[in-house]
Design a protein around this ligand. Sequence first.
Ligand SMILES: [Mg+2]
Length: 172
Amino acid sequence: MKSKAIFFDRDGVINERILGGYVRSWSEFRFMPDVGEFLKEAKDKGYIAIVITNQRGVGLGLMSEEDLNEIHRRMQEELLQTCGVTFDAIISCTDAANESGRRKPSPAMLLEAQAKFGIEMASSWMIGDTASDIEAGIRAGTKTAFLLNEHDAPSENATICIPSLKELLEYI
Ligand SMILES: [Mg+2]
């Protein structure tokens, strides 16, 4: 049987976005509400949970790959300690100018995960807070959930728009 997945954008979905900047260290990382609880319920429902994130700050030299890995290590550790769950994979694109062509809105990182985990995209979801996330999900063949926020206009193309992660639970 093929797997189903939930793909999570990171900044603005898992942690608070820093407008015009980057989360460069764990001390700047603030979880969004209900992330651990949502992750636990999603995994209980049989979803693989995968983070798909553009992290241009590395490519621009504002932070190192090690800084990014350390943030993700601490994020996983915190989720494990508070909710007993972790993301199954974290896939990042650190390009400054999309040299690899993997940056969202490209579906490339989602397709990498699909190949690795044998994911059925039509049964899967991409959650994001920008139009670029929704486009990546659509191009990869997933359902899409736009997390409403004060910085980006709601995506007209998303399968659904939700005010918080909790509301997605009734759809998945
Ligand atoms: Mg985002």
